[in-house]
Design a protein around this ligand. Structure first.
Ligand code: AHG
Ligand code: MN
Ligand code: MN
Length: 336
């Protein structure tokens, strides 16, 4: 790509701020550059995993009751470090930390809240399958001056930005600040994320459904009826099944190709496995900004009033047609 057209993520973020938030102080751009720096550090580790000596399982169990992988810990520390020293973050919260971390109590300085899943798809790390990082950004709620940790309990539609990095065949950053979805590919020769997917739009229908069918017997009946219909061939599209087991990778395919990803309630996870604040909300903001839909089966994900940092939610996300269809099954209707 000639240097004239080369737009880096840092440049793009500044351009977007100038375009849509002309009075912006540049602090938000500084914040996002903290996220991209940490993700470049994580990408470097992912690319050399077999050589770095980072342990697979650390033997430690995190707040989720899951064994932490060495890369979970590395990724978490990278984000805590780069974001904790920007002088503009008030509160940090992570899948790997039981409680939010108050970095700057005074909302005049610590303007932002960043909530993240530092390493999504941990079970795929040691078999060299794509994993990711997911982040969600809010402004501090200045009314929480005396309890800043509550600033993480804001509804998804209050996010000012959301994004993920996919450590796949290439390393891609996908983010939105509410004015469309943009994709950047890490160019290792210059160490920068370069704009490669301007204004991503999700197809309004697709031909794949993505769900872990091992749990199908314990899915809600409406979900089982939907999956039966999807496989029946009654529709004018013959659906294929695709499931990677890393949310970021399964969603990225859905974002670019359309279709539906589902993580319904199961016997092990009565509310579904995926966490609202650092998985469902940021991914839902990206989906909606690209023209897709994200629900609990009947409620918009971004309208859920959070009650806890690690709360889980049923998660149906993807093309408008398929997600609205499963909503009709939820209402007891059919595809008709
Ligand atoms: P994490 O590695 O951050 O805990 O997330 C794993 C999640 C998500 O990435 C994926 O969609 C889901 O777990 C897969 O769950 P199953 O293995 O139950 O299918
Ligand atoms: Mn995850
Ligand atoms: Mn994780």
């Amino acid at each position: 790509m000639a240097s004239a057209e080369l737009i880096t993520a840092s440049q793009h973020i500044l351009d977007q701020q100038r375009l849509h938030h002309p009075t912006a102080s540049g602090e938000f751009s500084l914040l996002l550059s903290g996220v991209t720096l940490a993700c470049k550090m994580i990408a470097a580790e992912v690319r050399r995993l077999g050589l770095t000596g980072l342990p697979g399982g650390t033997g430690n169990v995190n707040v989720q009751g899951e064994e932490q992988q060495g890369l979970d810990v590395f990724a978490n520390n990278a984000l805590l470090h780069t974001l904790g020293h920007r002088g503009i973050v008030g509160v940090l919260a992570s899948e790997e930390n039981e409680d939010p971390i108050v970095v700057l109590k005074d909302p005049k300085h610590g303007k932002y809240v960043v909530i993240f899943d530092p390493l999504d798809g941990s079970s795929n790390i040691d078999v060299n399958v794509s994993v990711g990082t997911i982040f969600s950004i809010f402004r501090r709620d200045i009314n929480n001056g005396d309890k800043p940790a509550d600033d993480v309990l804001q509804m998804g539609h209050q996010q000012i930005a959301a994004g993920y990095v996919l450590y796949g065949s290439s390393t891609m950053l996908v983010y939105t600040t509410g004015d469309g979805v943009f994709g950047f590919t890490l160019d290792p020769s210059i160490g920068a994320f370069v704009l490669s997917h301007p204004k991503i739009k999700m197809p309004d229908r697709g031909s794949t459904y993505s769900v872990n069918e091992a749990y199908a017997d314990s899915f809600p009946p409406f979900c089982r009826r939907f999956l039966h219909w999807v496989k029946s061939g009654e529709d004018d599209i013959a659906y294929k099944s695709r499931y990677i087991g890393s949310l970021v990778a399964d969603f990225h395919r859905t974002l670019l190709k359309g279709g539906i990803f589902l993580y319904p309630p199961t016997a092990s996870y009565h509310e579904g496995k995926l966490r609202l604040l650092y998985e469902a909300n940021p991914i839902a903001m990206i989906a909606e900004q690209a023209g897709g839909v994200a629900t609990t089966g009947h409620e918009r994900i971004l309208d859920i009033e959070p009650s806890g940092l690690h709360q889980r939610t049923p998660f149906y996300i993807g093309s408008a047609r398929e997600v609205e269809l499963i909503g009709r099954f939820h209402e007891g209707e059919g595809p008709g």
